[in-house]
Every structure is written in C-alpha cells, then in structure tokens.
Design a binder for this molecule. Structure first.
Ligand code: NAP
Length: 274
C-alpha cells in the first residue's frame, strides 16, 4: 500500500456490522494507521465497544468526525441518511472524499445533500472483506482517474475492486452483498443434514465450510471450465450425485433462486424510493 495512505485521516460514521467488517479487514490486511482512524456512532456503548475492539479513536459526534477526517466512510442505514448528513452539510468541504456504502442510495442524492463535495464514491461491499475475501463494486459521481486508482488501491487488500456503471450496482448488490447471506443459508442446510446424521456441530461446520470453499476454489482456479463441466467431474451418469442434481432441477431450484433474487432487487428499489 503506497505511503500516501498512512498520512490521511479516516472517519467512519456508524459503528455497525459493515463498519466492523471493514475495520477488521483494513487493520489485518493493510497498514492503515489506527491512530488516524476515527469513529462516531449513535449508540455510545456500541461506539466505545467497537473503538476499544479495534483500538481506533471514538469521537463525540459526527461533526467532530467530519472536521477531523479527509475520507469519510458513511456506514449508516439508508433510512438515516438525511437525518445524519443534513446537519453535517456545513462541515463538509471540497477537500473531503465521501465514500458511501448505503445500499440503493444513488450518487445524485448524495450530491444534492452535499453539493460542495466533488469526490463522491458509492461502494458496494460484501462482509467477507473482514477476512480479505470480499468483493467491491464502485461508481464515482464524475470521472476522476486519480480517485479511481486511489479507491482500487485502498480496497484491493480486502478483495477485488470493480469499477462499474451506477445502474449495474443494484444487480451486484443482490449477488455479492445479499448473495453472501444466501450462500450462508445454503451452508446451514449442509450443517443440518450432517448434524441429523450424528455429526457434531463442529465437524458438520468443518465439512460444509470446506465443501463450499473447495467449490469456490475449483471455479476460481479453472476459469475456462464452465460450472456445469466442473459438476460433471463429480456427477457420473446415473450415479448418486446425478440423482440429487436431477431432483434439484425437478423441484425447480432455479425458479426458487430467481424469485429470491428478484424479491431482493425489488426491496432495494423500494428502499431507494423511500
Ligand atoms: N452489512 C452488509 O453486509 C452490507 C452490505 C452492503 C451494504 N451495506 C450498507 O452499509 C450500511 C450499514 O449497514 P450495516 O449492516 O452496518 O448496518 P448497522 O449494523 O445497522 O449499522 C448502522 C450503524 O449506524 C449507526 N447510526 C445510526 N444513526 C446514526 C447517527 N445519527 N450517527 C452515527 N451513527 C448512526 C447505528 O447506530 P446504532 O448502533 O445506535 O443503531 C449503527 O451502528 C447500510 O446502508 C447498508 O445498506 C451493508
């Protein structure tokens, strides 16, 4: 990571799940200076707990945080956007860079709230960033190659960073942010199956985790093979795996998943309108 990162100051507003995943990833995988990371949040006891856990500096309010940070990471819920950002509009100036993680909140809305800020970035994360295996997509409010390189260098230790058109962020959010939880939902079924067959919860977890990891690594290491080709390496014709796959198809797992993804996308649209 270039040295420029050690001279900047970083402010996180909202000490919830995402903020903690990012802090964990940054502090484990980069040399971002702890003493230049500031944190503010609504709930004081959570703020103190999180700042102690990561040894970063808790500040008494969002105003103080914005005044002391060059990069502001907005980690609040979309419904809190206006109530949090409006009172801060005088604190922000053209030297700030605002990185918003708010699902479904377009850059145009951020620009309306903070017209003086030129460096506005919308980032869609996934929480595997905490272990350096996340994936990020981002869009900028205006073309700025310096800012693009900066964002890519900042986040890349936590996972691949993809620049994309803002209209593509919604589909990415469903697949990569919510998608992580969908995959964990599947893993729960793997655990349940094994536990119902007398495996201890620890062993069940180890087996299911390694199976998902193995499948992901196979897909990653052999990019020229289609996923169905990789499936064929396991599923010989008329064998037991083929029988299970046939049942998944007959029971229309693809429609179930399609429906779930669409529902998720519709919810994001509704939240955007709200
Ligand atoms: N988690 C994910 O995987 C994920 C993925 C993609 C995008 N995102 C986006 O990331 C954002 C944060 O999500 P999250 O899961 O981290 O939510 P979260 O756990 O609810 O965290 C939000 C935090 O914001 C704090 N907050 C609320 N009002 C505030 C205020 N006025 N000043 C300072 N802090 C305030 C909340 O404080 P309290 O503790 O008092 O409630 C809470 O700690 C959301 O916009 C979400 O769309 C999250």
């Amino acid at each position: 990571m270039p040295d420029i990162f050690s001279h900047l100051s970083y402010g996180f507003i909202g000490a919830g799940s995402l903020c903690q995943a990012l802090l964990q990833g940054f502090l484990q995988k980069t040399r971002l200076p702890k003493e230049r990371i500031f944190l503010s949040s609504r709930n004081l006891s959570r703020l103190n707990k999180v700042s102690e856990r990561f040894s970063v500096r808790a500040v008494s309010g969002n105003e103080e945080l914005v005044a002391g940070s060059q990069l502001v990471f907005l980690c609040i819920k979309p419904e809190d956007l206006v109530s949090v950002v409006e009172p801060l509009s005088n604190q922000f100036n053209q030297h700030h860079t605002l990185i918003s993680f708010l699902a479904g909140v377009p850059l145009s809305v951020l620009k309306k709230l903070l017209p003086q800020v030129n460096r506005l970035v919308r980032v869609v994360p996934n929480t595997a960033a905490s272990v350096g295996e996340g994936i990020f997509a981002y869009s900028l409010n205006q073309s700025d190659s310096g800012l693009e390189s900066f964002i890519e260098e900042l986040f890349s230790p936590l996972g691949p960073v993809l620049k994309m058109r803002e209209e593509n962020l919604s589909a990415f959010t469903v697949a990569a942010s919510s998608g992580l939880a969908f995959v964990l939902e599947f893993m729960q079924y793997w655990n349940e199956w094994l536990e119902n067959h007398q495996f201890s919860p620890q062993l069940a977890r180890q087996i299911s985790t390694q199976t998902f990891l193995g499948a992901s690594l196979l897909a990653k290491e052999f990019p020229k093979k289609s996923l169905s080709q990789l499936q064929l390496q396991v599923a010989s014709k008329r064998g037991m795996t083929a029988e299970g796959l046939k049942s998944l198809n007959e029971n229309q797992m693809d429609s179930i998943l399609h429906y779930a993804f669409e529902k998720c996308a519709l919810r994001e649209k509704a939240l955007r309108k709200e």
